[in-house]
Ligand binder design. Structure first.
Ligand SMILES: C[S@@+](CC[C@H](N)C(=O)[O-])C[C@H]1O[C@@H](n2cnc3c(N)ncnc32)[C@H](O)[C@@H]1O
Length: 271
């Protein structure tokens, strides 16, 4: 970064260009977005109406995965990279409801997420939440800063939800996941979701092309086979890599939500 700038400072807040964190918040029904974000969000929705279901299914997956990890799996440390703008049931809220002593480190590089980060930092008195302004493509910087809050000799759940799709080169994306998982001990977990044009997501091809011409940062969809490679060397929990809405669903048929969305998700344990 030039002049010692943080990633968010380098990418100044520009309300005239749609940004992923804000458009994602728009699709989730939040209130932190500008007209440019709504315009691109609506255009993408016009091409791929299921994008709204993808966003909601992804957040619902987050809730179920974190409840499992903090509960049955006994994890009390979370490294959530590509956090997004605060919404309902952020990782620390879900984890600390189950395990109040949970320690959570959030990481994002969006300037508006940085501005709103304080809302993410009000956890339980027994637990800790921290926020790091960093780029997912620099896992060593993230791990260094996270070590102030997380004990890397104890299990950590690494959360990469809807974020590796912004690391366009597949080898680089795999290397990022490998380096993160190499830094955590046995008994740690990886929770990851990723968009695809499979699982009924064909319309995503046109929508992502439009996104890449009009919004930031550019995005890539991947096949189930490519996404499965992120879990190499790890033990996938049941039901494996599936549409994230089918990962241990608790209720089906709520409103008009489809049973399957074009977003893969899985949770895996480091042996
Ligand atoms: C699709 S949202 C997902 C938010 C949340 N994880 C969820 O699943 O609801 C992706 C987030 O990743 C962030 N992001 C994109 N590229 C990034 C990068 N290179 N480094 C850090 N964060 C990034 C965006 O700012 C955005 O907040």
């Amino acid at each position: 970064m030039d002049d010692g700038q943080t990633p968010a400072e380098a990418d100044e807040l520009n309300p005239h260009i749609a940004h992923n964190a804000r458009v994602w918040n728009y699709w989730l029904g939040g209130k932190d977005h500008y007209p440019a974000d709504r315009e691109v969000g609506d255009r993408v929705f016009g091409m791929f109406p299921n994008i709204v279901h993808v966003a909601r299914a992804d957040r619902a997956f987050l809730g179920r995965a974190v409840r499992h990890l903090a509960g049955e799996a006994g994890v009390s440390q979370f490294l959530d990279i590509g956090t997004g703008l605060p919404t309902v049931d952020n990782t620390h809220e879900v984890a600390q409801r189950v395990r109040p002593e949970s320690r959570i480190v959030y990481v994002d590089n969006d300037p508006l997420v940085l501005l709103h980060a304080r809302a993410l930092l009000s956890g339980t008195p027994e637990g800790v939440t921290d926020y790091i302004d960093a780029d997912a493509r620099d896992p060593e910087a993230i791990l260094r800063a996270a070590a102030k809050t997380l004990d890397f000799t104890r299990p950590v759940a690494v959360m990469l939800l809807g974020i590796m799709n912004f690391v366009l080169d597949v080898a680089e994306a795999q290397s990022v996941v490998r380096r993160l998982m190499a830094a955590v001990p046995s008994g740690s977990y990886l929770a990851l979701t990723h968009p695809t044009v499979e699982l009924g997501g064909e319309a995503n091809i046109e929508a992502m092309r439009f996104w890449n011409e009009h919004a930031r940062p550019p995005i890539v969809a991947r096949t189930g086979e490519e996404i499965a490679r992120f879990f190499d060397g790890l033990e996938l929990l049941e039901p494996g890599l599936v549409s994230c809405s089918r990962w241990r669903p608790e209720a089906v048929g709520i409103g008009d939500a489809p049973e399957q969305v074009a977003q893969y998700g899985a949770v895996a344990r480091k042996p």
